[in-house]
Design a protein around this ligand. Structure first.
Ligand SMILES: NC(=O)c1ccc[n+]([C@@H]2O[C@H](COP(=O)([O-])OP(=O)(O)OC[C@H]3O[C@@H](n4cnc5c(N)ncnc54)[C@H](OP(=O)(O)O)[C@@H]3O)[C@@H](O)[C@H]2O)c1
Length: 249
């Protein structure tokens, strides 16, 4: 039997991150729940343990370099390596204002979590990922970060105005391209995934409301992330995919 797969998921206390944790745990991966809120993170790890999944918690606000550094130390002490890093934590601080009306202070908050948080976490976890037999980095991006779709008049995203969120997700796609090229001669792959519009608080569904038409369930939203994190036949490096296949950058 090979090395157990140890998987860190950021923003895993709820939503797509928690669903991904549950499904990868059910596939025998050892789950590390990253969450900025200790109570919610511990409760998520408990819920997984109650399902028979090997799970633990690290406090991880991806905008805190101190917490990122400490999380890497904790994972090293607990497991000695990391096999899968899923950069799932994300925010959309802007509210569909026109670009000319959007304060850059708001856009910076999008970038702090969605871009700089991802880069800081990758940089801190790379020494642990290099200690695994093979490793996968998955950046949870968005179709709203696709430059091609945003610029195509026939696309449903042509009329969308969320400069902070969209630019931060386009930037994280660039991080995927950059790291995938840098790591091409290693056993680490780096890929972006678009979950698609999904029934989470983030997706705009109140937790007590039914799922609106056209919106995916969290199982559907997590499906491609789970595939990229676990399917031995998924060997791409530097890709951007969704449930339907490849998505344009
Ligand atoms: N839902 C959609 O329709 C959709 C579509 C495309 C892409 N996505 C992407 O999918 C990912 C997951 O979204 P979701 O729908 O599952 O959203 P969600 O239910 O709101 O979950 C977001 C997670 O990110 C965490 N988070 C926010 N800021 C953080 C920080 N500074 N440090 C650490 N964690 C932080 C949240 O923690 P708290 O619980 O503490 O707030 C929460 O765990 C995001 O990257 C999002 O951009 C979602």
């Amino acid at each position: 039997m090979g090395q157990p797969i140890v998987t860190l998921i950021t923003g895993a206390d709820k939503g797509i991150g928690f669903q991904t944790a549950r499904e990868l745990g059910q596939l025998e991966q050892v789950i590390v729940i990253g969450a900025r809120n200790q109570r919610k993170g511990l409760s998520a790890a408990d819920a997984l343990q109650n399902m028979g999944i090997e799970a633990s918690f690290v406090q991880l606000d991806v905008t805190s370099q101190a917490q990122i550094t400490q999380a890497a130390v904790t994972i090293n002490d607990r497991y000695g390596y990391l096999s899968v890093l899923i950069n799932n934590a994300g925010v959309a601080m802007d509210n569909h204002q026109a670009a000319s009306d959007m304060p850059t202070a708001i856009m910076r908050k999008d970038f702090d979590v969605n871009f700089f948080g991802v880069v800081d976490v990758i940089q801190a976890m790379l020494p642990l990922l290099k200690k695994a037999d093979s490793a996968r980095i998955i950046n949870v991006s968005s179709n709203m970060g696709s430059l091609s779709l945003a610029a195509a008049p026939e696309s449903q995203f042509y009329g969308v105005n969320s400069l902070g969120y969209q630019a931060s997700k386009a930037a994280v796609n660039f991080a995927t391209i950059s790291f995938s090229k840098e790591l091409i001669d290693t056993s680490i792959t780096v890929n972006s995934v678009n979950p698609g519009w999904t029934a989470t608080e983030f997706g705009g569904r109140a937790s007590d409301a039914p799922t609106p038409a056209g919106m995916q369930t969290v199982t559907e939203g997590a499906a491609q992330i789970v595939k990229v994190a676990s399917d031995p036949t998924f060997t791409a490096n530097g890709s951007f995919t969704e449930n339907a296949g490849t998505i344009q950058w």
